[in-house]
Design a protein around this ligand. Structure first.
Ligand SMILES: Nc1ncnc2c1ncn2[C@@H]1O[C@H](COP(=O)(O)OP(=O)(O)OP(=O)(O)O)[C@@H](O)[C@H]1O
Length: 375
């Protein structure tokens, strides 16, 4: 299976730029996910790889085969690319049986009758539906239709599998089962897969690596662990998982740590930082809700950073409790297995478990509104 290289990919619709110089390489056999909020350009990127959109600039290649090279005027049609594609809508032909649906791409490729039958059985076996080959799409559940769509994309042995939100039409429980099944299938087949989703949990669970897009820019490419633990930008931290953003001003540096006075509550905290920040600079400190250790408000502050806060509300979410706490004029989200926290509490966090972004801008106005108390 080949690598997929996308270089300097640029796309405009009319005068609107929707992709700006996107660069990534997908490794052989990798499950690679394009993740980001609605409208960030995920589907456009996938469609450029599929050949359904013509990029305004850049280069796309699979192995040694160049699909697009804008500078050289190269553009291969979707049929010439031999990629397997599955859409959210499945796009099965309702008047054709399952076997006949799978035969369509084989007929287009002029595959012989016997070979067609062999490939159809093999592809349906892969998705566990060979016994339903004579049924029609409306006689199958949503989950089964989605498997048929996948079998139809695999039946002609594509070099790469392209999946655009394929699980979005399934209900929550089925979606989780389908996710595990899809991951097993992809691992068994070892097929290079490009997956589009706006669902961060799905991206974290399925992917070998994730590319996070925002408004046409590629913000970060990394393993799920890197994306969650070391987000390259505040916007990545905000989009993947829950995160608190605290504004502050750098007072000094202390070795590999920045000493910061927080705007909310006025506490002075230390945050590990490789980024060059200087005294007086405005920064944003990002801390995930599970990185806080909750304890008494009056314990000694020298062991770790300590924020004195007040519990506002508690929600039970099954495995843990989520608390909203007040820090100055801001609401901070905290996770704990302790059921009975109330009144004043101290939130401790290690300098290494917070993230520092060298600008005072919160990722979005929505986030700011959500996190600020109206007092
Ligand atoms: N054919 C088109 N003509 C004009 N604008 C388009 C066209 N297709 C997409 N766009 C715009 O390009 C931007 C990126 O769209 P795209 O579908 O790639 O986003 P996305 O991240 O896949 O979002 P979603 O998850 O909502 O599908 C959006 O602003 C969208 O409105």
């Amino acid at each position: 299976m080949p690598e997929v290289t996308v270089g300097q990919l640029h796309k405009k619709f009319g005068s609107t730029t929707v992709l700006r110089e996107i660069d990534f390489t997908i490794r052989d056999g990798e499950f690679f996910t394009l993740l980001g909020p609605s409208g960030c350009g995920k589907s456009t990127t996938l469609n450029c790889i599929a050949g359904l959109e013509r990029p305004t600039g850049g280069r796309i290649a699979v192995g040694d085969t160049v699909f697009v090279d804008s500078a050289a005027g190269t553009f291969r049609t979707p049929e010439e690319r031999n990629l397997g594609m599955v859409f959210q809508s499945y796009a099965l032909w309702p008047h054709l049986s399952i076997a006949a649906n799978l035969a369509v791409p084989l007929k287009i490729r002029k595959t012989g009758k016997e070979e067609q039958a062999r490939r159809i059985t093999e592809a349906l076996d892969k998705v566990g539906l060979a016994h339903l080959k004579d049924r029609y799409p409306h006689q199958l559940s949503g989950g089964q239709q989605q498997r048929v769509a996948l079998a139809r994309a695999l039946v002609y042995s594509p070099s790469v599998l392209l999946l655009d939100e394929p699980l979005s039409n399934l209900d929550a429980k089925l979606r989780e089962q389908a996710r595990a099944w899809l991951k097993r299938l992809q691992t068994d087949l070892g097929i290079t897969t490009v997956y589009v989703t706006h669902d961060q949990d799905e991206a974290l669970a399925l992917s070998d690596r994730i590319a996070v897009l925002s408004e046409g820019d590629l913000l970060q490419v990394g393993s799920p662990h890197e994306i969650y633990e070391r987000p390259a930008a505040a916007a990545v931290a905000a989009f993947v998982g829950r995160c608190n953003f605290l504004r502050g001003k750098v007072e000094s540096r202390d070795g590999g740590r920045a000493v910061i006075r927080l705007e909310a509550g006025g506490a002075v905290v230390r945050v590990a930082s490789d980024t060059a920040v200087t005294a007086g600079q405005e920064v944003t400190v990002a801390i995930r809700p599970e990185k806080f250790e909750v304890g008494p408000a009056n314990r000694p502050a020298d062991a770790a950073n300590l924020l004195r806060t007040q519990i506002l509300t508690r929600s039970y979410v099954g495995s843990r409790y989520e608390y909203d706490v007040r820090l100055g004029k801001q609401v901070v989200q905290v996770e704990s297995t302790e059921p009975g926290l109330s009144g004043e509490v101290g939130l401790a966090f290690a300098p290494e478990s917070a993230l520092l972004y060298p600008d005072a801008a919160l990722p979005s106005e929505d986030a700011e509104e959500l996190l600020t108390l109206q007092v």
